[in-house]
Design a protein around this ligand. Structure first.
Ligand code: NAD
Ligand code: WQD
Length: 340
């Protein structure tokens, strides 16, 4: 059984990926400092897979602890690195926190990869690196635009760090550029747990439907899109999770074409905010309280992936629908809020 380290494995995307890894026969060890997740996620993971993953509560910013961890775990064959801070607005308020947490942790891990000959590294990147794209759908060859937030900048810099690290060693790495992950596991054992007021659309929608928020603010209906609201590529988190297993297997089997590769992970379809609202109402039968307000500063107009490279070269395709994702997000929200 190959042993895989999943950093941030108790978080939203990490936890769903742990399920897919365990279901595919990998032995998983999770590192998380619980800064944006709960220890209860371990129980959810165990309930789904009937196997408890190993877990160490560890802060990857503490280099001595990272070094000590690898000294004790010399049989790790691959790393999937999710751990990071991800709130765009907070990164503008506190850039150094973001540069420290998102860059130092990556560097410390890569130093251990070098020390112990760990050659397989999957990194969580983001479609935010494309900024406002020149053309749609966005291919991996689209230019990386000047970042509009320290968070976005950490993803760009991280990709460069990985590329440089790969160029001088035996390290192989895949950066997965996620579009907008939504939804939860169909069992409602795990899902998204935003701290405080959700910044992302779908958790705000489900919390509004659950009565936790009064109403959803739709940020702008005067964009140059079909209905005036912004367009995104919303991808089911379980589809996203499966792509990590495919990417990891690609590296473990040395099927990669270059030492550093990049793939878009999206559905290839763009949906507007108002379409998501409508789809939520239709799928769940819940009436959503919402109003149109001003644009949110920094929002890009329209973003969706060209998925050809992931489909043809990685051999992965998103299979679930928007309705699947919204139904699962609602089932999860109801469980969290104890709504019958
Ligand atoms: P998340 O916050 O739910 O998960 C991240 C996990 O990492 C959390 O459990 C947190 O406690 C842990 N963590 C953070 N800093 C740590 C540290 N120093 N040491 C140990 N653990 C630490 O976030 P997510 O949505 O699951 O995102 C996972 C990754 O995907 C992140 O790198 C994020 O930037 C990236 N990403 C997310 C999205 C999205 O919309 N959710 C989109 C694109 C990229
Ligand atoms: C989606 C759409 C909003 C909330 C962010 C990060 C990005 C990436 C994913 C990590 C937009 C609208 C939202 C609300 C709304 N993360 N909206 N009312 O902005 O595409 O991307 O998360 O890498 O880096 O920037 O996602 O879910 O915040 O917004 O109308 O209350 O929903 O304006 O059009 P976004 P989002």
């Amino acid at each position: 059984m190959k042993k895989i380290l999943v950093t941030g494995g108790l978080g939203y995307i990490g936890s769903h990926t742990v399920v897919e890894l365990q279901n595919s026969g990998f032995q998983v060890i999770i590192i998380d400092n619980l800064s944006n997740s709960s220890i209860d996620v371990l129980e959810g993971l165990t309930n789904i897979t009937k196997t408890a993953p190993s877990f160490e509560r560890l802060d990857l910013r503490i280099k001595a602890d990272v070094t000590d961890f690898f000294k004790r775990n010399q049989d790790i064959e691959g790393i999937i690195h999710f751990a990071a801070s991800k709130a765009v607005g907070e990164s503008v308020e506190n850039p150094l926190l973001y540069y420290e947490n998102n860059l130092n942790t990556l560097i410390y891990l890569l130093q251990e990869c070098k020390a112990y000959g760990i050659n397989n590294f999957i990194f969580s990147s983001s479609c935010t690196v494309y900024g406002e794209p020149d053309s749609l759908p966005i291919t991996e060859n689209a230019p990386v635009k000047a970042a509009t937030s320290p968070y976005g900048n950490t993803k760009q810099i991280s990709e460069e760090i990985l590329k440089d690290a790969c160029s001088i060693s035996t390290l192989k790495s895949i950066a997965l550029r996620y579009f907008n992950p939504i939804g939860a596991h169909e069992t409602a054992e795990i899902g998204e747990l935003p701290a405080g007021v959700p910044q992302n659309l779908v958790p705000f929608i489900t919390q509004t439907a659950a009565g936790v928020r009064k109403e959803l603010s739709v940020f702008g209906d005067d964009y140059p899109t079909e209905d005036g609201s912004c367009v995104r590529d919303y991808i089911h988190v379980v589809d996203l999770a499966k792509a990590h297993v495919t990417a990891l297997q690609r590296l473990l089997l040395n099927k990669n074409e270059t030492q550093f590769e990049v793939f878009n992970l999206g559905t290839g379809r763009g949906s507007s905010v108002l379409e998501v609202v409508e789809s939520f109402e239709k799928t769940t039968g819940e009436k959503l309280n919402y109003k149109i307000v001003d644009r949110r500063p920094g929002d890009v107009i329209s973003v969706y992936a060209d998925t050809k490279k992931a489909n043809e070269i990685l051999g992965w395709k998103a299979e679930k629908t928007m309705e699947d994702a919204l139904a699962s997000a609602w089932k999860w929200e109801k469980k969290v809020r104890e709504i019958a």
